[in-house]
Design a protein around this ligand. Structure first.
Ligand code: MG
Length: 348
């Protein structure tokens, strides 16, 4: 089987006039780039990466894929997906295998695995070997621009849908304000639902320790991205200073960043992002590496690619997703999402 075409589709999205917001930035949305790989066997695979902001980013990424990555993929055999992944990492090294380079690698890597699964008519987790049949799920619903009333309403809705946990944004101007939001949510979800807090890199290490002590006293489940994502020294300090587990990883790039954090004992729960990690090939490596360090894996975002990866990791503990809508491709079973059974990354 050989790749004979690689199609790039840029999907632009009108920015949301009322964007969601975390402690770092507003996220009006700006579209996505979808890669479709066509083979001489008549089997196709696709991979898509989205952008929460930066209007021009999808067009810039499309150019990077067209000019730098596509030539490395054409006429290769999708069965050698890991070789192609290595070639793409090497090719982008000159300007840095970070940022848009890993977004492009992720889209192509996803498309190649999808293609391979479809050619063999099995889900990708079966290609890799399964470890779990379903993954507990929590709902990321508590954006920082929501009023207390709306925050309570949406968290209550998540619990009524069967989620085992909810996550809210913190990093308000004052700790007192953060505590008020956490207490308001706890009042409506009860004591048995997990409550995660996420500051999106907004604090100093000293402030993250001060707030982390308050959050652990409020029985929060984990303390996510309290400080700048690249501050490995700061994260190592937080892991030492606090009892609450420290979660990070959605803004780390490639397995090398994760290796640095794991070696320094600077993270308790890793959260690789499909786009920044560099696709399923990298996410599997990162998850396995964390398992060797006895650290757990929670997804950043929830979709069929994340679920297929987590199905193969014994240390995968929690899937992040939003509220279930009428078109949701899965139903929760006992607070868990069943692993997709469709070929490649198809849901069914
Ligand atoms: Mg986060």
């Amino acid at each position: 089987m050989k790749v004979i075409h690689l199609h790039i589709a840029v999907h632009h999205r009108e920015p949301n006039p009322n964007p969601i917001r975390d402690a770092l930035q507003s996220l009006p949305g700006s579209g996505s780039v979808q890669v479709t790989i066509e083979t001489d066997a008549g089997v196709n695979g696709s991979g898509e990466v989205g952008f929460g902001r930066i209007g021009g980013a999808p067009d810039v990424l499309a150019a990077l894929i067209e000019q730098e990555l596509k030539p490395l993929v054409l006429y290769t055999d999708p069965a050698y997906v890991r070789a192609t992944h290595t070639a793409m990492v090497q090719e982008t090294e000159y300007h840095g295998t970070f940022g848009l380079a890993t977004f492009g690698i992720a889209a192509i890597d996803t498309a190649l695995w999808d293609c391979l699964g479809k050619a063999l008519e099995v889900p990708c987790w079966q290609l890799w070997g399964g470890a779990q049949t379903r993954i507990p799920a929590y709902a990321m619903v508590g954006w920082l621009n929501y009023s207390i009333g709306h925050l309570q309403e949406i968290c209550e809705q998540a619990v009524s849908q069967g989620f085992r946990g909810v996550k809210i944004k913190v990093g308000s101007p004052t700790l007192r304000k953060d505590i008020g939001r956490i207490k308001a949510v706890r009042a409506v979800i009860g004591d048995d639902i997990d409550l995660m807090v996420d500051a999106n890199q907004s604090l100093t290490t000293a402030e993250a320790i001060r707030r982390g002590r308050a959050f652990q006293d409020l029985n929060c489940t984990w303390w996510e991205e309290p400080i700048a994502a690249d501050d490995v020294d700061g994260y190592a300090t937080l892991v030492q200073a606090l009892d609450i587990p420290i979660a990070t990883g959605e803004n780390l790039y490639t397995r090398m960043d994760f290796a640095r954090f794991l070696r320094r004992d600077a993270v308790d729960i890793i959260q690789p992002d499909l786009r920044r990690a560099g696709g399923p090939t990298a996410m599997l490596q990162i998850g396995t590496l964390a398992d060797a360090f006895r650290r757990t894996y929670a997804s950043h975002g929830g979709g069929p690619v994340q679920l297929n990866v987590m199905a193969c990791l014994p240390n995968a503990v929690y899937l992040e997703t939003g509220l279930l809508g009428p078109d949701s491709p899965f139903k929760l079973e006992d607070g868990c999402v069943p692993i997709p059974q469709g070929p490649g990354f198809a849901w069914s």
